[in-house]
Design a protein around this ligand. Structure first.
Ligand SMILES: Nc1ncnc2c1ncn2[C@@H]1O[C@H](COP(=O)(O)OP(=O)(O)OP(=O)(O)O)[C@@H](O)[C@H]1O
Length: 256
């Protein structure tokens, strides 16, 4: 469990080299518990590298990452991850793919049955419990991946461009659904995206990263009320946040 007095995630002076190539340069970032934070930046700036380091999948070359005050040296049990591709097992049903997370953690599926049903209901998968991945749309496959990341009730959710492969309309629907799930659970979320509007729509705070090696170019708070909806894209607060980020991109010669 997370200790109440620590930030959920602490990233301290993290640098990442792959051989001679430097992907990240001295990243410092604290994410308080319950915050929805997006990391936004151009392709190749090191967003996924940073997330993989937080996930305990690839250790940083230098610097420290802590989850709830404990240094990350391997994947943390209180973390769930969603990647851009759903990576579902094609021979397992929707329920079978979700409960795989429990099996891998040695947890009893029966003990999580009511949580499983709640998540399936919340993500609009009711009626598709026994469907196989190839019978689902891309958006539905990502919903299954989201349920799989949440079934063990982690305090932290890491999402690496989870809706990047979806069409624009499905992506907006998924953003609304993600917001609903987040409002019900108030997990700490670190969300990776290329999309300025997606970041502004979803986040409490946005970290903009510069071109490689990735550095923190700007952080910005988004003070829009929740629940948010897509009519808010015309709200002055939404426009102001978007404009500030665009200016930062332009000043650094980056494109979205
Ligand atoms: N294991 C690795 N070995 C060598 N280079 C790597 C490795 N992982 C990432 N890189 C390099 O580090 C840089 C950052 O990659 P990363 O995937 O973190 O960027 P990104 O911002 O997530 O990009 P995108 O938005 O396109 O997914 C890239 O130039 C990539 O080629």
């Amino acid at each position: 469990m997370l200790k109440s007095d620590n930030p959920a995630i602490e990233i301290q002076n993290v640098t990442q080299h792959f051989g001679k190539f430097q992907a990240l340069d001295r990243i410092d970032l604290d994410i308080p518990q319950g915050q929805f934070l997006s990391v936004l930046g151009p392709s190749g700036c090191g967003k996924s590298t940073l997330m993989r380091a937080v996930a305990g999948l690839v250790p940083p070359t230098t610097g420290t990452i802590k989850i709830a005050g404990d240094q990350v040296v391997k994947p943390h049990p209180d973390v769930g991850i969603v990647f851009q591709r759903s990576t579902l097992l094609p021979w397992r049903s929707v329920v079978g793919n979700i409960t795989l997370q429990l099996e891998m953690r040695g947890k009893s599926v029966d003990a999580y049955r009511s949580r499983l049903n709640e998540l399936i209901e919340l993500t609009g998968l009711a009626g598709f419990e026994e469907a196989l991945p190839h019978q689902l749309s891309g958006g539905m496959q990502q919903r299954v991946a989201l349920c799989r990341a949440l079934i063990h009730d982690p305090k932290i959710l890491l999402m690496d461009e989870p809706f990047g492969a979806l069409d624009a309309m499905t992506r907006e629907t998924m953003n609304l659904e993600l917001q609903r799930v987040w409002l019900e659970s108030r997990k700490t979320v670190m969300f990776i995206t290329h999309s300025i509007s997606e970041a502004v729509f979803l986040s409490d705070r946005i970290v903009v990263m510069s071109q490689r090696p990735g550095r923190v170019a700007m952080t910005i708070d988004v003070d829009l009320p929740r629940p948010r909806n897509y009519t808010m894209v015309g709200d002055p607060v939404f426009i102001e946040a978007t404009t500030q980020i665009r200016k930062c991109f332009d000043a650094a010669g980056m494109t979205e």
